[in-house]
Design a binder for this molecule. Structure first.
Ligand SMILES: [Zn+2]
Length: 160
């Protein structure tokens, strides 16, 4: 999914020079891989990906780099506040370019969608009996999409 998105991505909105300056300002040495990763993240907007997605993309762009290096760079980006690491039920670490608090909808295909739709309702109905203040509300909603392959199978069955 991410790779398809990347292939459709045109020009990154940030130049390499700006990326290097930004990384330096955050105390990160602007290595070639970090600059590439930074530019990629900014060209994608709000999205979610695993270290292996980023690794595959870098390889396709002709940047041979070890998966461990990609993962370490992503971890440093998280520590610098450029990315968030989000916890879902999958074993793979997922990184989120949207660093503001928000909720997620996870489709059965693995697609992760940001949403803020439930935030207002939850805050309005919070039982504030002891003067607590909601600092952050984050919900993950897991959904199952219609099985498109199953629909095709039904058609084939109808032909018999
Ligand atoms: Zn998100």
């Amino acid at each position: 999914m991410l790779l398809e998105l990347l292939q459709e991505t045109a020009v990154a909105p940030t130049s390499s020079q700006q990326a290097r300056q930004h990384l330096r300002a955050l105390g990160l040495r602007p290595t070639r891989q970090r600059v590439e990763m930074f530019l990629l993240m900014h060209s994608l907007g709000a999205t979610h990906f695993g270290a292996s997605d980023m690794h595959q993309w870098l390889l396709k762009r002709g940047n041979p780099v070890a998966l461990a290096t990609v993962y370490n760079n992503l971890k440093e980006f998280v520590e610098a506040g450029l990315l968030r690491r989000v916890s879902f039920s999958s074993a793979q670490a997922i990184f989120d370019t949207n660093i503001k608090p928000h909720h997620h909808i996870i489709d059965s295909s693995g697609l992760i969608i940001d949403t803020d739709a439930v935030d207002y309702v939850l805050k309005k109905n919070f039982p504030n009996r002891y003067g607590q203040e909601i600092v952050c509300v984050e919900i993950t909603i897991t959904v199952r999409s219609p099985d498109l392959h199953g629909a095709g199978k039904a058609d084939r069955n109808g032909d018999e």
